[in-house]
Design a protein around this ligand. Sequence first.
Ligand SMILES: *Cc1c(COP(=O)(O)O)cnc(C)c1O
Length: 389
Amino acid sequence: MKRDDLDRELERLAAEGLYRRRRVVDPTRGALQRVDGREVVGFCSNDYLGLADHPEVVKAFRRGAERYGVGSGASHLITGHTPAHHALEEELAAFTGRPRALLFSTGYMANLGVISALTGRGDTVVEDRLNHASLIDAAALAAARLRRYRHNDVAGAVARLAEGAALIAVDGVFSMDGDLAPLPELAAAAKVADAWLMVDDAHGLGVLGARGGGTLEHYGLGLEEVPILMGTLGKGFGTFGAFIAGEEALIEYLIQRARGYIYTTAMPAAVAEATRAALRLVEREGWRRDHLRTLIARFRRGAARLGARLMDSTTPIQPLFVGDPGAATRLSDRLLERGILVTAIRPPTVPKGTARLRVTLSAAHTEGDVDRLLDALEACRHEDGSSEG
Ligand SMILES: *Cc1c(COP(=O)(O)O)cnc(C)c1O
C-alpha cells in the first residue's frame, strides 16, 4: 500500500459503511458511561460480572502499585516475574483444576504464542470459521496450514482432523455470536485424530458454570479432554491479561518456546494483584452469575416480543442481527441518541451480510437498564415504521 492509496482505501471503506471510528467513552459508574458529554448505559463491554471497578479489585490494584511500582520492568524470564504473578498463576491453576497456569500479557499474544510454539510449517491447524481473529492469525504466524470448517460443524471438523492435523483450536463461547462450541464432540474427535484441542474461553470463564469455571465446567470437561485452556483476564475477570492452563510439560515447553511469552514485558504486578482479588470475587459471588441469567432471560423475552432478530445464544453476548453494515451503524447511532451505547459489529469482524448490534449484558446492569434498552429498541422500530410509511 503506497501513500496515495491510503486516501482511496479510506474513501472506499466509508462508502461501504465499513469505516471504523472510535468514540471517547468515559466510564462513570457500573455500566454508566459518558459519551460526547452525556451519560448513557453501555451494552457492549465484556466486563460481564461488573468487576472492573469493584472496590476490592481497585484496592488490590492500588496496593499492588504501591508495593511493586507500576511497570514490571522486564519480561517474566528476566526480572518481571514477581510473587504477585506467581501467586496468581497458582490460583488460576487451582481455579481451572489444572497442574499449571502461565500468564500472558494479552489473549491475542497467548493465542499467537501457543499455536506458533506447538505447530509450524508442514503442520495442519483446524479451526472454526468464526474463531476469534487471534486464533486465525496464530496459524498464519506459525506458517501452519490452516483448515477451517463451517461454524460448529462437527463433521467438517472431523474430516479436516482426519487429514493429519496437529491441533484444533476453537472459541468456547463465540465472541460475536454468543453460542457455544460443541466441545464434547470436538474433544472426542481430537482424541481419535491424536491432535491437541485448544479452547479459547475468553467469554466463558467467570460467566458459565456454577463456579464460574467457564465452558469446560458447563460441559464437565477436564484436562484429559481439553489439554489446552486459554483464558483472558480482561473480560469476566474485569482486569487485563491472559493465561494458558494445562499440564506441567506443556507450560514448561511454552516457557522455553512461546515467543509471545518470552519477548514481551510482563503485565504489571499490580494487575496481577487486582486479578487475584477479582478471582476471589468470581468464586465467592455466585449471585453475579445468577443475576446475569435473569437479565439474559428478560432481554430475550423482551426482544422477541419486539420482533428483533435474536441469535442462538444463552450467554451474556446477545447480538441483534441487522445484516447491512450501514443499517447497523445507523441503529447504533439512534440508540445512542436515546442514551444507549451498543456498537455495530461489521465485516471483516463478522462475515459479509451479517452486521449486527452486539449487545452484551453485565451483572452491573439492573433489570431497569435492560428495560431501557428494550424501550429504546422499540422506539427506533417505530421510527423505522413511520419513515417507511
Ligand atoms: C478478546 C479475545 C481475545 C483477545 O484477548 P485480549 O486479552 O483482549 O488480547 C482472544 N480470544 C477471544 C475469543 C477474545 O474474545
